[in-house]
Design a protein around this ligand. Structure first.
Ligand code: BGC
Length: 244
């Protein structure tokens, strides 16, 4: 089956048609700037534009940077507060005229990696982090997703893990890779002691730059970069419609 996958990010809303059998894109990606503020109204206009761009009439899977439970958005750490309480599946389906199903963005990226990427051969518990504007977290147990874990918001060093070591913190504070890498390692160490996974996968923007901070990662559990880079969010949002 082909599904239009859409990744709703802090700076861009990106989409492509995905073959859910192979986990591959069957079209080029198309990206539109995220409107500011990213209200439900403004975002649904961008989604409609994306759907028109692909001349798409089928199903649409969307990854959203928030908790999405029973089709309703429950949090808004890095998006407009007016999303909270929105029945997002219904809202976007009505606005776009397509059948739309949303999932947390980190859960989406995780689904892509666990089936077709860095976690494809992994067994037991896999802990994936998406490190970008925020920190998204996902746990899989033998490929089964535990949805909507918000472990980036755990308290750590008088902040939250997200506010301590997201990639946006590195950029904003102009941290060296060494300083940021040590921060990131201490967060991984904390997760490792709390959850004891078999494997950590690091996704999001920093996954391409792991050679810059790998030397500061000093935990015993293996830590590997995500393999699908920019496309994991799109692919996983589409796969969510078939891997349930
Ligand atoms: C949000 C998560 C999201 C993560 C990555 C966090 O601030 O609370 O839901 O997965 O950012 O976008």
């Amino acid at each position: 089956m082909e599904v239009l996958g859409i990744d709703f990010g802090g700076s861009g809303i990106k989409g492509a048609v995905v073959d859910t059998k192979t986990g591959e894109l069957v079209t080029e990606r198309h990206r539109i700037e995220t409107p500011q503020p990213a209200t439900p109204e403004a975002v649904s206009e961008v989604m409609t534009e994306l759907i028109q761009h692909f001349d798409w009439k089928g199903k649409v899977g969307v990854g959203v940077p928030a908790v999405v439970k029973n089709g309703v958005v429950l949090t808004a750490a890095n998006i407009d507060n007016s999303w909270i309480g929105q029945p997002i599946n219904q809202h976007l389906s009505e606005k776009t005229g397509c059948e739309v199903e949303c999932i947390n963005d980190a859960d989406a990226a995780g689904i892509a990696e666990i089936h077709f990427g860095a976690g494809a051969k992994a067994k037991g518990m896999v802990f994936l982090l998406t490190v970008g504007t925020g920190i998204g977290t996902v746990i899989f147990i033998d490929k089964h997703l535990v949805p909507n874990l918000e472990l980036g918001h755990l308290e750590f060093k008088n902040k939250t893990i997200e506010r301590y070591t997201a990639d946006s913190v590195r950029k904003r504070k102009d941290l060296s890779w060494k300083d940021w890498g040590k921060r990131f390692n201490s967060a991984l160490d904390y997760y490792d002691r709390m959850f004891n996974p078999n494997l950590f996968i690091v996704g999001g923007g920093v996954s391409k730059k792991m050679d810059k901070f790998n030397e500061y990662i000093a935990i015993d559990t293996p830590v590997v970069p995500a393999e699908m880079e920019n496309n994991a969010g799109i692919i996983g949002a589409a796969l969510n419609l078939v891997y349930k």
